[in-house]
Design a protein around this ligand. Structure first.
Ligand SMILES: Nc1ncnc2c1ncn2[C@@H]1O[C@H](COP(=O)(O)OP(=O)(O)OP(=O)(O)O)[C@@H](O)[C@H]1O
Length: 712
């Protein structure tokens, strides 16, 4: 709603406080906000400026409450609602916080604060890592009042959770209380301890387009509010809906690519509804099962989205379903079967030509590492649908660093033919073959375009064939939307968009996002420095500009001599960092290189009394209590306030350090592994710890520059 040309925004802090009000009190708040829309400027009476805040913050009288807000034309941003008797006077606001400087640095500088101010705050902050890694946890903070059934009822906490909550007496026990959803824990925490306004300023802004929505939200008629996107982001939500062709959106980690794709679903549905096409079908694809689950969850909370008309799916699952619809369900090889058949192909490959030529080809193959060859077969020949030896001899191989001579290519082709024959004999297919088959069926008209719009998130890791299929399934190229970040590619090996489909010419329809909304500047810059530290980790430069919304402590690297030491470090770091952020242990994630390392770490953390669960990508439950332990690849696209990268101590990773490979092969595989670690690091929002073995022999566990990392 705009009145007097003002629009209202609100912070989650304010919304949470509303949860505790009676309908009559909410009515009063609505009335006051309507008045604010007419004139928000201080009048020295009902509206005053709060002193000692660094930036102008105002407060509005509202019965026994005070509403705090900021102004930045045309927006009035409502920060918080507090009872008058709870330190709602000038100067007491942030003095009530025991560690004001820490809060300031940890949650980043206030909106609009100068860069210099932001850096000073970060640097002058007390020693985070000393606190977070202290041998003993800090004393627990007692709750200022008991948790009573009356309080819980007033806060709207369902009776089913009361028994768990009533005995709690400290903030730490409250935040970590198992079996109670975070929303209730944070509500009680917010009631007990006011969050400094400077920290509230860092929360995202949500649109309050109709003040009456507050009542509807309180009564459960409204699922949530829309995020206030930046003008740059807003452009991409709607761009090209009426004209042009497909849109490609690029940008580094945390710049909001997925968020824009989700909001675009809403914009497309709105547009199609306007055209009277209520039943239009949308496809939203992403790379991992974990991302499918979290995208579905976000879409469910987005007002105006009809989830019934949106299919959220990984491209591979869709391919499986499409091929199944032809009759027999396809039979993909498991990774173990693929490895086994590949090894068998290597052993039994037959070469053609004279004995000397055959010897030369055998020798040519032996110069290449097995993993490198396997990728050549699956990601070059199969994924790019190279039809013949002649075509392979001429084929460019973008992303592959080992130049192959014609002799080597002949040898590789022989291996490819042997491998494909063995796969056929097994009566199965590789996933690349299935993707190719599905794309061919679509091109032949067996799968007609069945989606009115297709949105592809994380496209950098899709095979060209899978992408081609998705393009073919979309009825209207204007409603094809793709996000990608080449620096986060951990599976694919690079391709040109036009190689996929002539439609993907994106002329004038490619853009790059530059503001990181997820990680602190310190974490994002440290991750970049790590990626660039070695020649193998070259960074695809999308744009020179990088901007950040948050700032905080630099991330840390610690070297450990044993897994026991590693577990001890995590046991100290995770709860300390989470509690400092006023979050429960469920806000923490440990990302490991392998499934085995993840399982072991989760068991060890549990044994140390820290609730932790290892989750495969398809088992991901973001709402689950306790530390989430995931593999690095399955954390793709996700985010967590507190992240540790660990599990490198058993020596089984990185794979590239294990075998004797040529320098080019090493460098190519290391580039992928380095990007995998980069993706893991950039999942962290506020606190990041990387734990590596002290005897690390791989260059991948090196390259942590003291200018970006706390290496104490
Ligand atoms: N305008 C905004 N205001 C506040 N928060 C935002 C805004 N845009 C995005 N975010 C938040 O930033 C975080 C990162 O967004 P998102 O996951 O969409 O980024 P991404 O570019 O897809 O990242 P990645 O490529 O690393 O997966 C999310 O928590 C999202 O809610």
């Amino acid at each position: 709603m705009a009145a007097g040309d003002w629009c209202l925004l609100q912070k989650p802090e304010f919304l949470r406080a509303l949860q505790t009000l009676s309908p009559k009190e909410i009515r009063l708040v609505i009335e006051k906000l309507n008045l604010l829309l007419i004139d928000p400027y201080p009048d020295g009476h009902t509206r005053c400026q709060v002193r000692h805040m660094g930036i102008p913050v105002y407060r509005l009288r509202c019965g026994v409450f005070r509403i705090f807000y900021t102004l930045k034309r045309p927006y009035i941003c409502v920060l918080a609602l507090r009872r008058r008797d709870q330190a709602t006077y000038d100067g007491e606001l942030d003095a009530a916080v025991p560690d004001g400087t820490a809060a300031l640095a940890l949650v980043a500088a206030a909106e609009g604060a100068a860069e210099e101010e932001r850096q000073t705050a970060a640097q002058s902050a007390p020693a985070y890592w000393e606190r977070w890694l202290a041998p003993q946890p800090p004393p627990k903070r007692a709750l200022p009042e008991p948790i009573t059934p009356e309080l819980l009822s007033r806060l709207g906490v369902p009776p089913a959770f009361h028994a768990r909550l009533l005995p709690l007496t400290t903030q730490e026990d409250l935040l970590d209380c198992p079996g109670v959803p975070d929303e209730y824990l944070l509500l009680i925490d917010q009631h007990m301890f006011e969050r400094p306004l400077v920290s509230v300023l860092q929360q995202p802004d949500y649109l309050l387009s109709d003040v009456e929505d507050l009542l509807r939200y309180r009564q459960g008629e409204l699922v949530g509010f829309l995020l206030h996107l930046s003008p740059e982001q807003e452009t991409f939500v709607r761009r090209g809906l009426h004209s042009g062709g497909p849109t490609l959106l690029k940008g580094g980690p945390g710049t909001g690519k997925s968020m824009i794709a989700l909001y675009r679903v809403r914009a497309i549905q709105e547009e199609l509804r306007r055209q009277g096409r209520e039943e239009a079908r949308l496809l939203f694809t992403t790379y991992t099962n974990a991302l499918v689950r979290s995208s579905e969850q976000l879409l469910r909370q987005l007002p105006g989205v009809d989830l019934g008309c949106v299919e959220v799916q990984t491209a591979d699952r869709l391919i499986f379903q499409l091929l199944s619809s032809l009759g027999e369900p396809p039979r993909p090889l498991t990774p173990q079967e693929e490895q086994q058949l590949f090894a068998q192909a290597l052993e039994t490959v037959c070469f053609t030509g004279s004995p000397a030529q055959q010897r030369a080809q055998r020798q040519a193959l032996s110069q290449l590492g097995a993993e490198y060859l396997r990728r050549e077969l699956t990601q070059v020949i199969l994924a790019r649908q190279i039809p013949s030896l002649e075509a392979y001899l001429r084929a460019p191989r973008p992303g592959r660093r080992v130049a192959l001579s014609p002799l080597q290519r002949r040898a590789v082709w022989a291996l490819y033919e042997r491998f494909v024959a063995l796969v056929r004999l097994r009566g199965k297919e590789t996933w690349q073959q299935m993707r190719v088959r599905a794309a061919e069926c679509a091109a032949a008209g067996w799968f007609p375009p069945c989606y009115d719009a297709v949105l592809i998130d994380e496209a950098q890791d899709l095979d060209p064939a899978a992408l081609r299929l998705l393009v073919l399934l979309c009825r209207d190229p204007r409603l094809l939307f793709i996000t990608a970040d080449a620096n986060q590619s951990i599976y694919g090996s690079g391709f040109a968009w036009t190689e996929v489909h002539e439609l993907l010419r994106f002329r004038g329809r490619t853009s790059v996002l530059t503001v990181n909304y997820r990680s602190t500047r310190e974490i994002a810059e440290a991750a970049r420095a790590y990626l660039q530290a070695q020649e193998s980790g070259e960074l695809e430069s999308e744009s020179g500009e990088r901007r950040y919304v948050h700032s905080g402590p630099v991330p840390a690297l610690r070297r450990v001599a044993s897994r026991a030491e590693e577990v001890d470090l995590l046991r100290r770091f995770l709860p300390a960092a989470a509690h400092e952020l006023r979050l429960g242990i469920g806000a923490c994630a440990v990302l490991t290189p392998t499934v085995r390392a993840g399982r072991l770490l989760a068991e060890d953390l549990q044994a140390q009394g820290l609730p932790a669960r290892f989750m495969r990508s398809h088992e991901l439950d973001l709402e689950a209590a306790g530390v989430k332990v995931l593999t690095l690849p399955s954390a793709k696209g996700l985010e967590f306030p507190v992240v540790a990268l660990a599990g490198f101590t058993d020596g089984s990773w990185p794979r590239s350090a294990l075998s004797a490979l040529s320098a080019e092969e090493q460098s190519e595989l290391q580039a992928i592994d380095r990007r995998t670690l980069f993706v893991g690091m950039t999942r962290a929002m506020r606190a990041l710890l990387v734990v590596v073995p002290s005897e690390a022999s791989s260059p991948l566990l090196e390259g942590f520059d003291a200018a970006y990392w706390n290496l104490a």
